[in-house]
Structures are given as structure tokens and as C-alpha cells.
Design a protein around this ligand. Structure first.
Ligand code: NAP
Length: 285
């Protein structure tokens, strides 16, 4: 049994936000006011919580945020109209389309209306292409946050075997690319993958982003491996609602070398990098 380090994402994010706050204050002295537009569509309770968290942190850092709230009955044209307006509004530096969207609205179609140089979460086809071709552009906030957390545990990522559970365009794919860029050996697992437990057991770094509560147990983990839990799953246990990750944290203690908890792991880093990317897009204008 080894002692497992719990990586406090909240503390790391708070420190990073302090650094961003200083830079925001400097750019504001030049009469430039970083502003992010947050578009929230539908009644997803988690999205409402994330949006208000993003707004709160933006305010604390000195970044202006504008929230555009639509009901689940909003139609695509209405949302497209807003995105076009924000694209041409010189006071808006960054635009975020909060997912998930209601099923009648196609995320890819709408997100690709965002001007790539205002695409704060790096999800437009242009920015995803830039990431995959090695050009500079916006990179998805969660992936940047995960890399930041990994660098607090590992001085060098080169040569490590990173196994990424999940291949979504929001988390799994961009993260795999960032890890490749950091010279890791990367394996990506999805719902068609076989022998998942055995593959995970070869990971020096195991990152789970599949959205399955406590899917990853000690049987998946090599002694001393670093585990990053991206999952945010709402469960009801003993009559109480709570949020758990994809990893059964208690079960992995004593085997994992380091692990991020849920909550207070990756989540705060995603918000911190939303602020970081907003500032970067402000500099670029
Ligand atoms: P998603 O779009 O649903 O993608 C899930 C991925 O997991 C898919 O690639 C899917 O494979 C794979 N998968 C699902 N079940 C699997 C299984 N049993 N075995 C192997 N692979 C499996 O989800 P997402 O948007 O990437 O989000 C994933 C999780 O991260 C969610 O819990 C979400 O709430 C959380 N999240 C957290 C943050 C944060 O800031 N902490 C940010 C974003 C997302 P296929 O491609 O084959 O379907």
C-alpha cells in the first residue's frame, strides 16, 4: 500500500485565478475590458449551476460576463442570430455555448457559427483542426486544466503511457492530442474498446471522461499511477443527491499515486481556463 496524494484542483485553480486576475487588472488599465458571453440553452440544472459558477469566478477576477439564457424551446435561428451579433460586437472577446443543448438543437452546427477568434472553448471545427495540425488556436478549457493538474504531479510527461477513457470532441479527443503534444504515449478508450481493465492497468496516467459513476476501480489501476477523474455524475444514495466521479476514489486509495477528487478536482480548473482563454482572446484582438 502506498500513500495516495489527493490533488486539490480547487486550490490549484484558485492560485491560477489569482495570476489571471493580476493580468486582467493590467489590461484594464489600458482601457480594455475582457468580456465573455455565456450562452445557456434549456433547463439542464447542471448547466445552470456551471454558468453561475463561471459568472461568479469571472466577476471575482475582473472579467465581465454576459449571460444569454434561452428556454429549451428556443430555435436554432434565434441562437444563430445571437451568435452573429456577438461575433460582430467589439466589446465581446469570447463566446461560450454551454453544452448539453436540448436534443432539437445541433451543437456542431451552432458552435461552428462562433468566430474562431472568439471561440473560448476551442470547439469550432477550425480550432479543433488547429489543435490537431499543431497550429496555435483556442484549446478546450477542460483539457488545458487537466494538463495543468498533471504538471503539478509530474515534472516530465514525456514517455508516460496515458490512457484516456472517452473520445468526445469536448474532452477525450482534444486531451489525447495535448498529451501527444506533450510526448506521452496515448491510448484512447471508447465504448467499442476491448479488455478495458487490462489496458487501463498499463497506464502511468489514467484519465476518465466517460460519465459513468464509479466505473474505474482499483482493478483498473497500476500501483502508483496518476488518476484524473473528469466525470461529473449525479447519483442518489440513501435518499440523498450527490455528485460522484467516474472513479471510485475510496477504492483506489493506497494503489493510485495521485488522484483528483470529484468535486474539487478538474471542475474548478475548467472554469479557471475559461478565464485564461478569455484573456488570451482579448490579447489577440
Ligand atoms: P460524452 O460526450 O458522453 O462522451 C463519453 C465518452 O465515453 C464517449 O467517447 C463514449 O464512447 C465513452 N464511453 C461511455 N461509456 C463507456 C464505457 N462503458 N466504456 C468505454 N467508453 C465509454 O461525454 P463528455 O462530454 O466527454 O463528458 C464525460 C464526462 O465528463 C461527463 O461526466 C461530463 O459531465 C464530464 N465533464 C466534466 C467536465 C469538468 O469540467 N469536470 C467538463 C466536461 C465534461 P463512444 O464514443 O464509443 O460513445
Amino acid at each position: 500500500m502506498i500513500s495516495t496524494k489527493i490533488v486539490n484542483g480547487k486550490e490549484i485553480a484558485d492560485k491560477f485565478c489569482e495570476e489571471i486576475k493580476e493580468k486582467v487588472s493590467k489590461i484594464k488599465q489600458r482601457g480594455i475590458f475582457p468580456t465573455v458571453a455565456l450562452i445557456n440553452v434549456g433547463d439542464d440544472s447542471a448547466s445552470n449551476v456551471y454558468i453561475s459558477k463561471k459568472q461568479r469566478i469571472a466577476e471575482a477576477i475582473g472579467i465581465s460576463s454576459r449571460i444569454y439564457k434561452f428556454t429549451a424551446h428556443a430555435d436554432e435561428n434565434e441562437l444563430a442570430e445571437l451568435i452573429w451579433q456577438l461575433n460582430t460586437d467589439d466589446d465581446v472577446h469570447a463566446i461560450l455555448l454551454q453544452s448539453p443543448l436540448p436534443p432539437n438543437i445541433e451543437f456542431r452546427k451552432l458552435v461552428d457559427l462562433i468566430r474562431p477568434d472568439k471561440d473560448v472553448d476551442g470547439l469550432t471545427t477550425v480550432n479543433q483542426g488547429k489543435l490537431f495540425s499543431g497550429a496555435s488556436g483556442s484549446v478546450p478549457c477542460t483539457s488545458l486544466g487537466i494538463l495543468h493538474l498533471l504538471r503539478t504531479v509530474h515534472k516530465k510527461l514525456e514517455g508516460l503511457h496515458a490512457v484516456v477513457l472517452g473520445r468526445s470532441f469536448i474532452v477525450g479527443r482534444p486531451l489525447s492530442q495535448l498529451l501527444l503534444n506533450a510526448n506521452c504515449t496515448v491510448t484512447v478508450i471508447h465504448s467499442f474498446s476491448k479488455n478495458i481493465t487490462n489496458v487501463c492497468k498499463t497506464a502511468d496516467v489514467l484519465i476518465s471522461a466517460i460519465g459513468k459513476p464509479r466505473f474505474v476501480t482499483k482493478n483498473f489501476i497500476k500501483q502508483g499511477a496518476t488518476i484524473i477523474d473528469v466525470g461529473i455524475n449525479r447519483v442518489e444514495e440513501n435518499g440523498k443527491k450527490r455528485i460522484v466521479g467516474d472513479v471510485d476514489l475510496e477504492n483506489t486509495l493506497g494503489i493510485a499515486g495521485a488522484i483528483t477528487p470529484v468535486p474539487n478536482g478538474v471542475g474548478p480548473m475548467t472554469v479557471a481556463y475559461l478565464m485564461h482563454n478569455t484573456l488570451e482572446l482579448t490579447y489577440c484582438r
